[in-house]
Design a protein around this ligand. Structure first.
Ligand SMILES: Cc1cc2nc3c(=O)[nH]c(=O)nc-3n(C[C@H](O)[C@H](O)[C@H](O)COP(=O)(O)OP(=O)(O)OC[C@H]3O[C@@H](n4cnc5c(N)ncnc54)[C@H](O)[C@@H]3O)c2cc1C
Length: 317
């Protein structure tokens, strides 16, 4: 049975991940999603090898330096591990502004302390303290926006979102990670049609991706569907309508799942409304962000409607 050695102590790992093994023993390993997406639980091997799966999604430069994700690491032989050196994959950022986009959604702008390479739609991890972090998607576009922009929804009793709502103000300094994730616009196929479907703050990455694509001169259709419970569930409506009037290939469709749908709104589950208007997605690129139930259902349904799995990009949260 494989052992994990950390800080001179040896722990039986059994069938657990390195993250579960260490946190069960009180080792303070930062973590958030625990499913290999957010990369908060980054660790480094000092001795021994980790399975390749534990490096999935990491930047090649990090993988080459023996970094791995503790939540996805089920060691097959003994390994000695360490937390990353201070500063690896982390930097400080100044809060430029905090704005209520809606009563339960904050728009936060950040100015990173050093060059921050990213694509609109990727995410960063925001640290409340040394070990508590949560991922937030980037709504800003490097070529268009001076600051990094994220949208945070207030989750009832949420540790990090609650802390941001109650404490964060312009001028504060916080710690963030570098950007990660593959939910972004890749140029190179400017005539391809693109459908984007999101709920709640799933709009943040989609808003960034749409503006990035339009700014890059994308010529194919860009159809954005945003789902909310009722007409009060939407934000950035004016900005999106303005983009719609400026770019004939862009369309924005808000969709309400409860109650009456006023003119211009679709009715029902957002992915079903999107698919009813786009039943054939052969050759389309698809972006899905927000509620995991919606994202998982939409992944299957857009695939059955003809989209290739390689062309479906999703961030469930
Ligand atoms: C790749 C990625 C990108 C993300 N992008 C964004 C983003 O752009 N904007 C954004 O607001 N969030 C985003 N999230 C979600 C975010 O990382 C946090 O999970 C969220 O803010 C809740 O954290 P918290 O500490 O406030 O709540 P926690 O303290 O972690 O949770 C408190 C309670 O709420 C429940 N809960 C947690 N999340 C949700 C939820 N989404 N809905 C309902 N109940 C929940 C938990 O089960 C728990 O019972 C993203 C997540 C991922 C993995």
């Amino acid at each position: 049975m494989a052992k994990v050695i950390y800080g001179g102590q040896s722990y039986e790992c059994g069938t657990d991940s390195v993250l579960d093994c260490l946190t069960a023993q009180g080792v303070p390993v930062p973590s958030s999603c625990r499913s290999g997406i957010c990369q908060t639980c980054l660790m480094r091997t000092v001795n021994g090898e980790v399975p390749e799966k534990a490096k999935a999604g990491l930047k090649p430069t990090l993988a080459m330096q023996n970094y791995f994700l503790a939540c996805s690491c089920f060691p097959e032989s003994d390994i000695e591990v360490a937390l990353p050196e201070a500063g690896v994959n982390r930097l400080s950022a100044e809060v430029v502004s905090v704005e209520r986009l809606k009563p339960d959604i904050l728009g936060i702008k950040l100015s990173p302390s050093k060059i921050f390479e990213y694509r609109a739609g990727q995410f960063l991890n925001l640290y409340k303290d040394k070990t508590t972090a949560r991922s937030y998607s980037l709504a800003s576009v490097p070529r268009l926006d001076e600051s990094l922009a994220i949208h945070v929804r207030k989750v009832p009793n949420g540790l990090v979102s609650g802390w941001l709502f109650e404490n964060l103000k312009a001028g504060d300094r916080i710690e963030i990670s570098e950007a990660a994730g593959d939910c972004f616009y890749a140029p190179g196929n400017p005539d391809q049609n693109i459908i984007l479907i999101g709920t709640g703050t799933g709009l943040a990455p989609l808003y960034g991706i749409v503006r990035d694509a339009l700014q890059s001169g994308h010529r194919g259709r860009l159809s954005l569907y945003h789902g909310g419970y009722d007409v009060y569930g939407f934000y950035l409506v004016e900005e999106l309508k303005e983009l719609e009037s400026r770019y004939p290939n862009f369309s924005y469709r808000p969709c309400v799942s409860e109650g009456d749908a006023p003119e211009g709104y679709a009715k029902g589950m957002v992915h079903e409304a999107a698919l009813a208007e786009h039943p054939d997605l052969s050759g389309w690129r698809v972006f899905l962000c927000g509620n995991p139930l919606m994202v998982n259902a939409a992944k299957k349904q857009t695939f059955f409607a003809g989209a290739s799995m390689r062309e479906i990009f999703a961030d469930p949260f």
